[in-house]
Design a binder for this molecule. Structure first.
Ligand SMILES: Nc1ncnc2c1ncn2[C@@H]1O[C@H](COP(=O)(O)OP(=O)(O)OP(=O)(O)O)[C@@H](O)[C@H]1O
Ligand SMILES: [Mg+2]
Length: 320
């Protein structure tokens, strides 16, 4: 049974995609027999492009899954000699909320016509907003599953995978909320700058609201610093974040990802994250360390168990 892991932040550019890609690569190398699915939910399609998924004109994407016009199985494509499956995203997802609104509008108008036909002799029953709301059922109420629009969508494939990793767009609206409403674990990346701490507290508060409403078993895996640079500002911000996580009982990852231009340049080579193409690389090792830390916290399994890592590629001597 797959564990669903997502990386979420409402701020752009904090490294959601970079972490998704490299964590996926590290999982691939560490668990050679695991079945892995990466789900891109960002209209920018950066994860899709990084894995060199070429979208044909009729290729179903996460947009179709959200719209209900394709199942998850129908949208999955396989890369790397069947090593990693990808559920792609493209710019269609930019129009998702508008397109859904159009579908809902037509559904509601059809419903309204049928209602008027049915109640034509007693139309006063329909003349108040409350009266109408009572007659509405869940299927045609656009607000009923707005923030958990993916509910049930992955149920069929959950047994086909060990890890399902979701990359999300920089927002907390329908798309990211819907992922948080079905995931098991969320990682919260931040850049230790002036606004980084605010962004994390806002995100965690939103996660907790969604958890209470839709997904009680969602675990906040921890807060992860990215683009860390050796400056006073970063040290100060990291300190502030550690205090916040401590006070609120959230995990602060000991693993952190340094800022590195060389690393950013090499991030994806030949459609492979650097953790896959060069696991021993100093920068890749940060992700192998993260993977180990996640495992120790039970975040790599649905039921919170610590797994045995068949191919241990983290070399902790690097640290010294
Ligand atoms: N540790 C790092 N060192 C250097 N560059 C980095 C690092 N992490 C991310 N970057 C660079 O910063 C940019 C943003 O990273 P990324 O796309 O992963 O962020 P994101 O949160 O997914 O952004 P978006 O919100 O737009 O989806 C990219 O150009 C990436 O290569
Ligand atoms: Mg991204």
């Amino acid at each position: 049974m797959a564990v669903g892991i997502t990386v979420a932040a409402n701020k752009g550019g904090v490294g959601k995609t970079l972490i998704t890609l490299n964590l996926t690569g590290a999982l691939r190398k560490s668990f050679p027999n695991a079945r892995i699915l990466v789900v891109d939910t960002d209209a920018q399609g950066n994860t899709t492009k990084s894995f060199r998924v070429k979208l044909k004109n009729d290729q179903n994407t996460i947009y179709d899954v959200f719209m209900g016009t394709a199942t998850v199985e129908e949208a999955i494509v396989t890369t790397y000699d069947n090593q990693i499956d990808v559920l792609p995203a493209n710019a269609d997802n930019n129009y998702l909320e508008f397109d859904k609104m159009e579908v809902f509008r037509d559904t509601i108008l059809e419903w309204f016509i049928s209602l008027i036909k049915k109640f034509k002799d007693n139309i006063s029953e329909l003349m108040t907003l409350e009266g109408l709301k009572k007659k509405m059922n869940k299927n045609i109420d656009p607000s009923s599953n707005y923030f958990n629009a993916l509910e049930g969508a992955f149920d069929k494939v959950e047994h086909d995978y060990d890890f399902i990793i979701f990359d999300t767009p920089p927002e907390l609206k329908q798309v990211t909320s819907s992922v948080l409403s079905i995931a098991d674990v969320v990682l919260v990346p931040y850049e230790p700058d002036l606004n980084g701490v605010d962004g994390v507290t806002h995100l965690i508060s939103r996660v907790n609201t969604l958890k209470d409403k839709y997904n009680p078993s969602l675990r906040i895996g921890g807060v992860l610093a990215n683009k860390v640079y050796n400056t006073n500002l970063h040290a100060k911000m990291i300190n502030a974040m550690m205090k916040y996580t401590n006070r609120n009982n959230y995990h602060y990852f000991d693993s952190e990802i340094p800022r590195s231009i060389t690393f950013a340049d090499k991030l994806v080579r030949n459609g492979m994250p650097i953790t896959m193409s060069a696991p021993e690389n100093k920068f890749s090792q940060n992700f192998y360390k993260l993977l180990n830390e996640m495992n120790q916290l039970g975040l790599l399994s649905k039921d919170g168990n610590v797994l045995e890592i068949p191919n241990q590629l983290y070399n902790d001597k690097e640290e010294e």
